[in-house]
Design a binder for this molecule. Structure first.
Ligand SMILES: NC(=O)c1ccc[n+]([C@@H]2O[C@H](COP(=O)([O-])OP(=O)(O)OC[C@H]3O[C@@H](n4cnc5c(N)ncnc54)[C@H](OP(=O)(O)O)[C@@H]3O)[C@@H](O)[C@H]2O)c1
Length: 292
């Protein structure tokens, strides 16, 4: 299939490589040009509009709402250059509100829109092991499935209303972020009480934290190993903000999310924005008077 892939950060680069390996004809664009030239077998383009011309599907994996909006709908946005009938699969973690707007803007131009945020870190993207949360018109989702198959082990069908997928993604990230905070607090409590992190990890990992995600974060926190970041702390703050904005609009009190917001904000304020998002555990340790 002819695909355009826009946004070649930690997630986008391995995803674009997977599409090339799966035999698709891939055009790529990234704000910092050199990353586009590093995707072997893909055509590097200078503007989003050039990349999407002739594409049947345009996939985006950009940092946040501001980037996603600018690249799609800004003065040089690609929506105006996308063919009628082409589909935009928006894979970034963005707000349900922007997802709704993108769906409307594409529909106005006779184009399709699928919200398709993902679970999984860069290693999962590299191995084609992401999980895609897809929502959009049936035909548009169907068109994207072979591409999702190239990057993911599973695609969930969340119905025809795109923002539903973004809400589910935010729910998932909120659970992970709250567990990271909880783990940060318990490892601080253990250390302060003379329990070695390895001993606590051994017990919690075996008895309570089944599943690779929580066990993986517990290990990272036990070892205080927050670099290199798989998912940056500043993007974690972005996601907690999105959770709170979505909850605010829906009138859903989320007191744990409010506390998490302060934790992530403190992390960014203290210059830790480029650590992994599990780095908030360092703040939990430091507030207990321990070394991070
Ligand atoms: N990392 C993870 O584990 C993970 C997992 C699931 C979902 N996600 C989501 O996936 C998305 C990408 O995350 P990532 O980890 O790949 O982030 P990243 O490494 O920071 O990459 C961000 C990408 O967005 C581009 N970008 C940022 N601001 C821009 C702007 N104003 N205009 C145009 N392009 C802009 C960057 O371009 P430059 O290269 O020029 O900076 C880069 O291509 C985010 O929404 C994130 O929440 C991440």
């Amino acid at each position: 299939m002819r695909v355009a892939f826009l946004g070649l950060g930690q997630m986008g680069s391995p995803m674009a490589r997977r599409l090339v390996s799966a035999g698709h004809e891939v055009a790529v664009w990234n704000r910092s040009r050199e990353k586009a030239r590093e995707i072997e077998g893909a055509r590097a383009e200078d503007t989003p509009a050039d990349a999407v011309r002739g594409a049947e599907v345009v996939m985006t994996m950009l940092a946040d709402d501001a980037a996603a909006q600018e690249v799609a709908l800004g003065a040089d946005g690609f929506a105006a250059a996308m063919a009628e009938g082409a589909v935009h699969a928006s894979m970034s973690t963005i707000s349900p509100a922007l997802s709704r707007r993108l769906a409307e803007e594409h529909a106005r131009r006779g184009q399709g829109y699928v919200a398709a945020p993902v679970f999984g870190r860069p290693e999962a993207a590299e191995g084609g092991k992401l999980r895609v949360l897809a929502a959009g018109p049936k035909e548009a989702v169907k068109r994207c499935l072979p591409l999702f198959d190239a990057v993911a082990q599973q695609t969930f069908d969340l119905g025809e209303d795109p923002p539903a997928a973004n809400v589910v993604k935010l729910c998932g990230n909120f659970i992970i972020a709250s567990m990271i905070e909880t783990l940060g607090e318990v490892f601080a409590l253990g250390r302060k009480s003379g329990v070695a992190p390895e001993a606590l990890l051994d017990v919690l990992g075996t008895a309570l934290l089944s599943g690779p995600i929580l066990a993986g974060y517990a290990k990272t926190i036990a070892e205080s190993r927050y670099e290199p970041a798989g998912f940056k702390l500043r993007l974690g703050l972005k996601d907690v903000r999105l959770v709170l904005a979505t909850a605010d609009a829906a009138e859903v009190p989320m007191p744990v999310a409010s506390a998490l917001h302060d934790r992530y904000l403190a992390g960014v304020a203290q210059g830790l924005g480029d650590l992994d998002w599990s780095g908030i555990a360092r703040l939990a340790a430091e507030s207990a008077g321990l070394d991070g």
